[in-house]
Design a protein around this ligand. Sequence first.
Ligand code: ATP
Ligand code: MG
Length: 162
Amino acid sequence: TTVYAGQLLARIVDNFEIEFEDKGISCSFINNIAPEATITVDPDRITQVFVNLLGNALRYTPAGGSIKVLVDEEGADLLVSIADTGPGIAADHLAHIFDRFYRADEDRSRETGGTGLGLAIAKEFVEAHSGRIEVSSTVGEGTEFTVRIPLDNADHASGKQR
Ligand code: ATP
Ligand code: MG
């Protein structure tokens, strides 16, 4: 299925707006991608990827925090960055967070629920679309997940000369 990347992301983020607001988290959405840029994907699975990432941002970011979603184009790829001001993930945990059933902090995990599958599924689905998912995190500052998925026709989508 071919979908407009910017539209898909806008809709997904929109669906989280009320939950962010209820928890006292501010959310900004910056859409820098050309409106005609498309990706050919399984829309349910790609939606699941971003629902899992935004769900984590919502779950792990305390009230008063903020989440920034950026949608852009990088070379031939759609680039989506989801950055939060949550607790961050320690370096020794960071290497394992995409493993099935892995949860970084057992005490926090108990009170926040979850099974530890969200990121494993996200990684599997992104990679099934020839994409990549990366994380960078600083304890006490926050976490940023970056997803790259090939655009259908990068030259067309951007309107830029290459
Ligand atoms: P679920 O299966 O419901 O998604 P989960 O959220 O625990 O459960 P994952 O989404 O796979 O599982 O995340 C794995 C672990 O990575 C989490 O338990 C948490 O410790 C850590 N983590 C993930 N996202 C964040 C984030 N944005 N900020 C801080 N820690 C995070
Ligand atoms: Mg999760």
